[in-house]
Write a protein that binds this ligand. Structure first.
Ligand code: MN
Length: 152
């Protein structure tokens, strides 16, 4: 058998030998997320300009409410959660397929008592996320379902 340096052994559900846990997001000022970890499964060195990350949100946690030019391809891999995309709140379970379009507001939350993990594919070369202005937040919250969902 030939040794393949790129082969990563799967050790337990959504933990991989040699793949370190990273800080979800480094950002100045107040934290915009709660209880989220990040792992880069395929990074820059894997080639072709794509990156595959694994995010895990603890029960009660949430990702940043944000938007940006680049898109996300999301596949849940552990537990249950829900998301906001644009003005839609949707439940998410294992192996669902979610496309987050360009400039759509989005946020992910874990269900109560659930750890929610998902794969997220992005371009390596991508723009930085934008956070809502007070005015944009106001507009988002004019939808009662969205207002009840978002955390920031
Ligand atoms: Mn995003």
């Amino acid at each position: 058998m030939t040794h393949n340096e790129n082969h990563v052994v799967h050790v337990e559900t959504c933990r991989w030998q040699g793949v370190e846990e990273l800080v979800y997001k480094d950002r100045d000022g107040k934290p915009t997320f709660k209880d989220v970890t990040r792992r880069t499964l395929f990074g820059e060195e894997s080639g072709d300009g794509m990156e595959v990350r694994y995010f895990e949100v603890s029960a009660g946690g949430h990702t940043t409410l944000e938007k940006h030019e680049h898109t996300h391809l999301v596949i849940p891999a552990k537990g249950r959660g829900s998301c906001l995309v644009d003005d839609q709140v949707m439940p998410l379970g294992m192996h669902d397929l979610l496309y987050v379009p360009s400039w759509a507001w989005h946020q992910f939350r874990a269900d109560d008592n659930e750890v929610f993990g998902f794969f997220c594919m992005v371009k390596v070369e991508r723009d930085r996320p934008t956070l809502p202005t007070p005015e944009e937040l106001e507009t988002l919250k004019s939808n009662p379902e969205v207002a009840a969902f978002i955390r920031c």
